[in-house]
Every structure is written in C-alpha cells, then in structure tokens.
Design a protein around this ligand. Structure first.
Ligand SMILES: [Zn+2]
Length: 95
C-alpha cells in the first residue's frame, strides 16, 4: 500500500522526468541558438565588404555627384580616390 505522500512524490518525479528534462533541453538549445549571433558572424565572415557599405552607400547613392565603382557597383563620393567598399582605384583627380 502506497501512502498519499509517496504517491505525490512519485507523480512529481514522473512529471519532472517526463516534462521537465525535455523542456530543459529545448530551452537550453533555444537559448544557445539565440546566443549564436549569426548576423555578427556573417558580417565578420564577409570581412571588409560588410563594414560600412550601408552608411556610405546611403550617403552617396541618392546624390547626383556620386561615382559608381566599376568593380563592385558601390556608390562613392566624387572625390574618392578609392572605392570605400572594395578599395578599387576610382581614378579620381586630386585637387
Ligand atoms: Zn568598389
């Protein structure tokens, strides 16, 4: 004959093993997935290409004095000697 307290403990352990342990691993892997920072890794992997394409492109893309890089197509200022994205020579005349 199993007492009521022992039955409660057994059900508690049963639920802990059946629900608690899988839930713990699901949460653990979700947390590791969240901490992986894939965006940062991709940005680092692309190297110099990803460093400041957005900001300088946005500055010169709409401007009519922008110069498109013949190598990579990024928008550069007209006085830029080298492309800010791929460092190709733009042949700008120094003043
Ligand atoms: Zn370029």
């Amino acid at each position: 004959m199993v007492s009521r307290i022992e039955l409660a403990i057994r059900i508690g352990v049963f639920l802990l093993v059946l629900v608690g342990a899988p839930l713990f691993f699901v949460l653990l892997f979700r947390t590791l997935d969240y901490l992986a920072m894939d965006d940062v890794i991709d940005e680092y992997r692309e190297g110099a290409r990803a460093t400041d394409v957005g900001r300088l492109n946005a500055r010169y893309e709409g401007a009519d004095d922008g110069v498109l890089c013949p190598h990579c197509g990024a928008a550069n200022g007209e006085d830029f000697r080298y492309c800010h994205t791929c460092q190709a020579d733009l042949g700008a005349v120094e003043s």
